[in-house]
Design a protein around this ligand. Structure first.
Ligand code: NAI
Length: 322
């Protein structure tokens, strides 16, 4: 029997995993995140299953090895929260693609909402305020969208944008066929809308900083569904104050770990930058929900359980992170 400690479990994930789990695996679902304070709760397990805001640093990995854990199964695509250099004898796997459509569609949803201000219209009409003042948007048709990162999600997003009749320019170190690539500064200078779809690495940390805000069109809308730290959030607040961009849609935030996925409505948020962003009328924040479709949850559960069983029962590392 394989024993797996499942950290940061949410009801919608438990439901999907229960659908796919079989008798040869016993899952200990736990609501708390994995970090140095909670790592002991993996005691007796062969596998830990972790998500985007778990802290899987050197200290945690060392402790996991002491506890006899053999595998870290990330139930997500990005793994910037896992210290690969400190894995030691542990192995790690992930779910490289569970629904690129889900994330790309959410990025477009943020863009459409911000442009046509449907979030404001929804609130207005609920109070029988049928005024249109201040709700003017622009046609997406014919506008230029800049896509940073043309992997699975970026390419899906490009397909969606082309469906709207938009001109697409992109930046990636590994160009794909049929896409017009430009350097990053040209992309930031020329785009009416910019969407980020590259991973968070040392190189992409604060890719959107003060300098890039300065060269963006002041009518531009920025969308980030990738990882929070791609955008320097302090510089973002400053740029919004200075009206250097029209709006921003964020599904991720660089300091999200303490808040996202949780109901903090009864608390005082002790992050002034987040407070400021939420208070601005041209900021639309969703709490890392771009992946959240039935199809994606089902694919995550199926692939994670398959990754775990392949390793624990057959010694195969499917979808290994190295
Ligand atoms: P992918 O690996 O298919 O594509 C990433 C692309 O980014 C690759 O083409 C790569 O060459 C490119 N890239 C790498 N470094 C770059 C750089 N410095 N500048 C420009 N491009 C660079 O990954 P996929 O599946 O498209 O996912 C992209 C990101 O989306 C993930 O890394 C993850 O952080 C994020 N994500 C967010 C989710 C959410 O719910 N908000 C869900 C799933 C993924």
């Amino acid at each position: 029997m394989i024993k797996m400690a499942f950290f940061d479990a949410k009801p919608y994930e438990v439901e999907a995993f229960k659908k796919w789990s079989t008798d040869d695996i016993q899952i200990r679902y736990m609501e708390h995140k994995l970090n140095a304070q909670t790592v002991d709760s993996a005691k007796g397990c062969d596998v830990v299953c972790a998500f985007v805001n778990d802290t899987i640093d050197g200290e945690v990995l060392e402790e996991l090895q002491k506890l006899g854990v053999k595998l870290v199964a990330m139930r997500c695509a990005g793994y910037n929260n896992l210290d690969l250099k400190a894995l030691g004898d542990l192995k790690a796997v992930r779910v490289p693609a569970y629904s690129p459509h889900a994330v790309a569609e959410h990025a477009m949803a943020l863009l459409l909402t911000l442009n046509r201000k449907t979030h404001k219209a929804y609130n207005r009409t609920r109070e029988f305020n049928f005024s249109l003042n201040g709700l003017t948007g622009v046609d997406l048709y014919g506008k230029t969208v800049g896509v940073v990162g043309t992997g699975r999600i970026g390419r899906m997003f490009i397909d969606i944008c082309r469906g709207f009749g938009m001109k697409v320019i992109a930046y990636d170190m590994y160009p794909a066929e049929g896409i017009d690539y430009v350097d990053l500064d040209t992309l930031f200078r020329e785009s009416d809308f910019i969407s980020l779809h590259c991973p968070l690495t040392d190189e992409t940390h604060h890719l959107v900083d003060e300098k890039r805000f300065a060269i963006m069109k002041d009518s531009a809308i920025l969308i980030n569904t990738s990882r929070g730290a791609l955008v320097d959030s302090v510089a973002l607040v400053e740029a919004l104050w200075n009206k250097q961009l029209r709006a921003v849609g964020l599904d991720v935030y660089e300091e999200e770990a303490n808040y996202f996925f949780e109901d903090c409505s009864g608390e005082i948020i002790d992050d002034a930058t987040l407070q400021l962003l939420v208070s601005m009328p041209n900021v639309l924040l969703t709490s890392h929900q771009a992946f959240l479709t039935e199809e994606a949850l089902s694919n995550i559960a199926e692939t994670t359980l398959n990754n775990v069983k392949e390793f624990m029962l057959n010694g195969n590392l499917v979808n290994e992170i190295k």
